[in-house]
Design a protein around this ligand. Structure first.
Ligand SMILES: NC(=O)c1ccc[n+]([C@@H]2O[C@H](COP(=O)([O-])OP(=O)(O)OC[C@H]3O[C@@H](n4cnc5c(N)ncnc54)[C@H](OP(=O)(O)O)[C@@H]3O)[C@@H](O)[C@H]2O)c1
Length: 262
């Protein structure tokens, strides 16, 4: 069965210059979407994503914005909205994976930066998207990219986990507010997905074993798998799905922290 409603859909994907965002872009291009591809610093990465999706026959444009500069987010969104004279979907994927002991960040500098990029910018983008959809008298779909850290976390992650737990809660509240306007809001919770940033460390055999032995599926995820889930959430087949957290982690969270029984 082929997913419906994706052909020609105008989708803004943030953070499409590498990793999961680039994987999402490829899958959505294959499904026939028209893409506004966002990046911040990685100009060569976004060019690669752009070339790839264009070679696949997709119509795509590139826009830059630093989401740490929150005052620039609305004008960025307005430009993205105008690119194809409107948008049908927004994928809030861009994010920073910050790691610090809370005691090493007593002023909350990194905490605040993490919340700005991972939570406040998606809030501004989603709200701008909803406003524009309502004004245009059309529905829409939002996919937020959170993390399993919103559900269970560990040392060094108070900023990151807080930002992603906030994203999960925001998703539910916005799904409730915007359901009556035909705007659906869902959130992905990926587990461990090697990307350019983490490939070298995660592919070391000892590291790979440490992680994957706790994953019932016995392997890491891929950016394309996050893309397939995104495509589903944006499709007509997910028309009744809103306010949901879709966990994609090879079973890592389901397994919990029990001792292994071999
Ligand atoms: N990989 C995983 O295992 C995993 C697991 C759970 C959740 N996630 C989430 O997946 C999303 C994508 O991460 P990734 O793993 O694919 O890492 P990545 O390859 O480092 O991608 C991060 C993206 O976010 C953009 N970004 C970073 N800081 C930004 C800023 N200040 N303003 C605007 N854009 C910014 C980056 O843009 P530039 O590089 O162009 O600056 C890049 O496109 C993140 O939200 C992350 O929390 C990842």
């Amino acid at each position: 069965m082929k997913l419906s409603g994706l052909e020609g859909k105008r989708v803004l994907i943030t953070g499409a210059s590498s990793g999961i965002g680039a994987g999402m872009a490829k899958v959505l291009a294959e499904a026939g979407c028209r893409l506004v591809l966002h990046f911040n610093r990685n100009a060569s990465g976004i060019e690669e994503t752009l070339n790839t999706v264009q070679e696949m026959g997709a119509e795509a444009e590139v826009l830059q914005c630093d989401f740490a500069q929150l005052e620039t987010v609305r004008s960025f969104f307005d430009e993205a909205w105008q690119t194809f004279e409107g948008l049908d979907a927004l994928v809030n994927n861009a994010g920073i994976v910050t790691k610090s002991l809370a005691l090493k960040d007593p002023e909350g500098v990194q905490f605040n930066e993490t919340l700005a990029v991972n939570l406040q910018a998606p809030y501004l983008l989603s709200t701008a998207f909803a406003q524009c959809c309502i004004e245009a008298k059309q529905g829409g779909a939002i996919v937020n990219n959170s993390s399993i850290h919103a559900q269970a976390t560990c040392e060094w992650f108070s900023a990151y986990a807080a930002s992603k737990a906030g994203m999960d809660a925001m998703t539910k509240a916005q799904a409730v507010e915007w359901g009556p306007y035909g705007i659906r809001v869902n959130v992905l919770a990926p587990g461990v997905v090697p990307v350019e940033r983490t490939q070298a460390i995660l592919s070391q055999p000892a590291m790979e074993k440490k992680w994957t032995q706790n994953m019932p599926m016995g392997r890491y995820g891929t950016p394309e798998e996050m893309g397939y889930a995104t495509a589903y959430l944006l499709s007509d087949e997910a028309a009744w799905m809103t306010g949901s957290v879709l966990t994609l982690d090879g079973g890592l969270i389901a397994r919990g922290n029990y001792p292994r029984r071999d």
